[in-house]
Write a protein that binds this ligand. Structure first.
Ligand SMILES: *[C@@H]1O[C@H](CO)[C@@H](O)[C@H](O)[C@H]1NC(C)=O
Ligand SMILES: *[C@@H]1O[C@H](CO)[C@@H](O)[C@H](O)[C@H]1NC(C)=O
Ligand SMILES: [Zn+2]
Length: 651
């Protein structure tokens, strides 16, 4: 049927006929209609994807050479299969004589969009898979041996816990540097290879480079400008949070270790990447006489188990009318770090493309932060379950930011003091007055506002790398330029020519785009507000808890069950009535805090664009040079003036 129509079409026919020839040879069934093809796609793809998911799961929960080889092999098989399907889809898409429905065209376009699997050179494709797996392996196995005790720590839980809880500048700095020495630094060559191979692969699909391809997932031609506008809108909130925190940290650690440029040293923020600062809430809490909203201690006191953390999340979703986790979920998930084998600990949620088979892989620690991460990951699972009845190509988020926003939206409600009291994690009886509210908003800001420039800059860096604007010899320099300029933080210790700090972050190593998290941090407040409105809530946004509210649940579900079957603005409209990303609800949420911070900060906020030349070292003990910077400057001056004087003489 398809071939016959071509005879009427002149020039276009030639192209299509060649493609048809190709597809038939490659296993496309002759005479298939688009509808029949889509049906066959569904049937054949599901077991293929399940096979790959299973191989990936095996490899990431048990890193051995054997499992890695099997994983790479499975990926190659999937690539070959995807190319075959892509070819067939293109035949239909290019056939102007076909009357494709909107939905058929959308499905075919998605089938033709096969990422780096477009690489037809098997050697290059295999090499790309291997490079990514190797980087991930280096990352997962890295250990830092701390002096003087000699304990060797992995990222999870050891180093993460140290960064979270230690208030010892030197220890934090050692862990910070050690992690980068053991992870990123070992991957610069691999990363260069990765950039080249993946660019080449997506260029086959007609994209300029990998960054260009990633952006295409957002359907909007103005995506890059859109996020830049959002970022500018949110910057004042971040600037004011930054300087308030800086003042508190100076009080804790002494002003000597802060560079004069206004940057905050990266190791003091409670997190290995300074990406979220909620772990230093105890240092930053504005009103010490009022309750700290971090519930870690209370969870420990009550003997919370990991299972209980997951049930807490499950219960919230359930109260909205979502389904509970499946039996297979509880049987097959990996919820803590196992003994006796290497695993990729970075938390993730899995759709195994098989009935009821959804899993979470997470090395859970019992604390406030991980309780929220559990909600985050379970949000992914809920999304998977809700769009399970869509055609396979639509079993994705409306855009990647949507997927990241689901669980976080729920967690916004969970974390309200009101809800924490309901579930017994905040002591009842504590009065929720203005000061307690500011404490609460501060804790939330340390998570949600602190993250914004970080979420924004990771892919600013990568887009530039993929475009070729940042050559390998500038990788680390450019990284720190962005970190200093946008985030206002400076390296814990001076960085050298062979450091490669971007690859000390999981998503960079594991080929996972990051701007989705920035997008998600905006979207989740839009979704949260929409759920609150649906629940009939009218108070200040930050106090809204929509637990147990089926109307809010229905709204949320009506959006999620669409998967990616419609362009994301349509999906968004179902829940929020809006068709654009909007920073408004986020700003509204934090309004009382911004007022507070403006008053506290006065004129004392902001930082210089450029990184400090020499990050001041930690001070140990007393009685040493009061200010090392001054000491170094003094040495330099003396060194110039009296060239013969040697450093040891002065110290
Ligand atoms: C890990 O993988 C190896 C194969 O490389 C297998 O022999 C072993 O049983 C696996 N361990 C677990 C706990 O699954
Ligand atoms: C769903 O999960 C929650 C929390 O784990 C539990 O309390 C509830 O009984 C479960 N409901 C059903 C129908 O299994
Ligand atoms: Zn996620």
């Amino acid at each position: 049927m398809v071939t016959e129509m071509h005879k009427l079409l002149g020039a276009v026919t030639v192209v299509s006929t060649i493609l048809i020839g190709l597809s038939v040879k490659d296993g496309g069934a002759e005479g298939e209609t688009p509808a029949q093809f889509l049906e066959r796609y569904e049937r054949e793809t599901l077991p293929m994807k399940n096979m790959v998911a299973e191989a990936a799961w095996q490899q990431k929960t048990n890193i051995t050479d054997e499992n890695t080889a099997a994983f790479v092999k499975a990926n190659l098989e999937l690539a070959k299969f995807s190319q075959k399907m892509e070819n067939q889809a293109l035949v239909f898409l290019k056939d102007k004589s076909l009357q494709l429905t909107f939905d058929q065209r959308r499905q075919l376009n998605k089938i033709a969009d096969i990422d780096t699997n477009a690489q037809t050179d098997k050697t290059k494709l295999e090499r790309l898979q291997t490079v990514i797996t190797e980087m991930e392996q280096i990352y997962s196995e890295a250990e830092v041996c701390m002096n003087p005790s000699g304990d060797c720590l992995k990222l999870e839980p050891g180093l993460t816990e140290l960064m979270r809880s230690s208030r010892d500048c030197q220890k934090l700095s050692d862990a910070w540097r050690g992690w980068r020495d053991q992870s990123g630094k070992k991957m610069k060559d691999l990363y260069q290879e990765y950039v080249q191979l993946s660019n080449e692969a997506v260029q086959i699909l007609g994209h300029k480079d990998l960054g260009d391809y990633w952006k295409s997932r957002y359907d909007t031609s103005t995506f890059e400008e859109d996020v830049a506008v959002l970022f500018d809108q949110l910057l004042p909130l971040y600037q004011h949070l930054h300087s308030y925190v800086r003042r508190k940290l100076k009080a804790q650690y002494g002003p000597e270790i802060f560079p004069s440029t206004g940057h905050i040293p990266a190791h003091l923020l409670g997190n290995m990447w300074s990406q979220q600062w909620n772990n230093i809430a105890d240092l930053v809490n504005p009103f010490k006489n009022k309750q700290l909203m971090d519930v870690t201690e209370e969870m420990k006191r009550q003997g919370y188990t990991i299972k209980k953390m997951f049930e807490t999340a499950e219960d919230f979703f359930y109260s909205l009318g979502f389904d509970n986790m499946t039996q297979i979920f509880w049987e097959k998930s990996m919820l803590e770090r196992p003994e006796g084998r290497e695993v990729v600990c970075h938390a993730s949620a899995w759709d195994m493309d098989k009935q009821d088979d959804f899993r979470i892989k997470m090395c859970t620690t019992i604390n406030h932060e991980d309780l929220m991460t559990v909600h985050h990951e379970m949000g992914h699972i809920q999304y998977y379950m809700l769009y399970e009845n869509q055609p396979l190509v639509y079993r994705h988020g409306a855009n990647p930011g949507f997927h990241e926003a689901v669980g976080d939206t729920i967690a916004l409600s969970v974390q309200t003091p009101g809800h924490l009291k309901t579930i017994g994690l905040l002591k009842a009886g504590n009065e929720q007055d203005k000061e307690a509210d500011i404490n609460f908003l501060m804790l939330m800001a340390l998570d949600k506002i602190a993250f914004l420039p970080f979420g924004y800059l990771i892919d600013q860096w990568r887009w530039s790398v993929f475009r070729g604007d940042t050559p390998p010899e500038q990788y680390n320099n450019e990284w720190w330029k962005l970190r200093c300029r946008l985030q206002g933080i400076s390296p814990a210790v001076k960085r050298g020519a062979d450091d490669f700090d971007p690859a000390a972050k999981y998503h960079i190593v594991a080929d996972v785009p990051y701007i989705r998290y920035f997008v998600s941090f905006v979207l989740q407040f839009q979704f949260y507000k929409a759920a609150c409105v649906a629940a009939g809530y009218t108070g200040p946004l930050y106090k809204c808890d929509f637990y147990n509210n089926k109307a809010a649940g229905e709204k949320f579900k009506s959006m999620l069950q669409l998967g990616s079957s419609l362009p994301w603005p349509e999906a968004m409209e179902r829940m929020t009535g809006q068709r654009h990303m909007d920073a408004g609800p986020l700003v509204e949420y934090f309004e009382p805090l911004l007022d507070f911070l403006r008053k506290e900060n006065g004129e004392d906020y902001g930082w210089e664009e450029k990184c400090p030349e020499n990050p001041p070292p930690c001070q140990s003990g007393t009685g040493r040079l009061a200010t090392p910077i001054w000491g170094v400057a003094l040495l330099a001056v003396i060194g110039v003036t009296f060239g013969r004087l040697r450093l040891p003489v002065l110290v």
